[in-house]
Design a protein around this ligand. Structure first.
Ligand code: C2E
Ligand code: MG
Ligand code: MG
Ligand code: MG
Length: 280
């Protein structure tokens, strides 16, 4: 009997896997035409300046409005876009659209754009950044690019060259999801980042001793290397208080606002004008 059950369990898993692969293949087919069909949209989430108060930046986050499935999360389709190489064209669209939106915001407000590691397999990435800035008229000092530690472990001369070219434009570079990757601290020294973003997994449970210790260690690193430190995933007033107390320079999370449609950016800047440092 056990044997029969085992076999049917196997069949169940096989069917389940088949179904998942099927969905993936269909999603991939749809992804190929999503750009030309105008199904992508950027939403924007504010970063609050802990020192001066108010919004200093918005992170652009990609959404795919699928005609049947509704909004598909980037965690679902970015990996697909990376595997298929579609990320190149999609990433170019994101960069251009984000810069164009930001050009209409107040001068003191920047835009942060996420770059996939795959986009660094491209000798023209820096040129694409230049083009996005030229076309939009955005001041390079108002653009920030977020990369993850996985870019750094590519150990590629092209990566470092590209990062330096981009930074020489006056564009800032932030290290996203810090603490979750496999990179060693020596990467931080090898490349002059402007900003470190503490991964939200350390922020979500600040009551845990370990997490506070990690936040403190990252703050120390940031101060020593003269990088500003952002906390992402701030959801409560308690987390805000702790993070500001520890010296985080910027905060981001649902506590301030979820990512919102481009049309709400100006309203959010107004609403969050007085949000910090009053509470510090
Ligand atoms: P990320 O760059 O670390 O972006 C932060 C993610 O955390 C966003 O998820 C955001 O909506 C979410 N978040 C913000 N505040 C909170 C909070 O208080 N609590 C919780 N639980 N979550 C919060 P989202 O938009 O689903 O994006 C997921 C990831 O997909 C991003 O992580 C980024 O790695 C990637 N991604 C998004 N847009 C793009 C893009 O245009 N290009 C590339 N290459 N990747 C992108
Ligand atoms: Mg990011
Ligand atoms: Mg992040
Ligand atoms: Mg993340």
């Amino acid at each position: 009997r056990a044997k029969v059950e085992g076999r049917s369990t196997f069949r169940f898993f096989a069917a389940e896997m088949d179904r998942k692969l099927q969905i993936r293949r269909l999603l991939e087919l749809d992804l190929r035409t999503a750009l030309e069909k105008g199904q992508f949209e950027l939403v924007f989430q504010p970063l609050v300046d802990a020192g001066r108060g108010g919004v200093c930046c918005f992170e652009a986050l990609l959404r795919w409005n699928h005609p049947v499935r509704g909004v598909v999360s980037p965690d679902e389709f970015i990996p697909l876009a990376e595997e298929t190489g579609l990320i190149k064209a999609i990433g170019r669209w994101v960069l251009q659209s984000a810069c164009t939106e930001a050009a209409a915001w107040p001068d003191a407000v920047s835009v942060a754009v996420n770059l996939s590691p795959v986009q660094f397999n491209n000798p023209f990435l820096a040129a694409e950044v230049v083009r996005a800035l030229d076309v939009s008229g955005l001041d390079p000092r108002r653009l920030e690019l977020e990369i993850t530690e996985s870019v750094l472990i590519m150990e590629d001369a092209l990566v470092l060259t590209t990062l330096h070219q981009i930074r020489d434009l006056g564009v800032r570079i932030a290290l996203d999801d810090f603490g979750t990757g496999y990179s060693s601290l020596s990467y931080l020294r090898r490349f002059p980042f402007d900003k470190i973003k503490i991964d939200r997994s350390f922020v979500s449970d600040l009551a845990a001793e370990d997490n506070i210790a990690i936040v403190r260690a990252i703050m120390g690193l940031g101060q020593a290397l003269k990088m500003s430190v952002v906390a992402e995933g701030v959801e409560t007033v308690e987390q805000q208080a702790v993070l500001v107390g520890e010296g985080c320079t910027e905060l981001q999370g649902y506590y301030f606002s979820a990512p919102c449609a481009a049309g709400h950016v100006h309203g959010l800047i107004d609403r969050l004008r007085t949000v910090l440092p009053r509470c510090a």
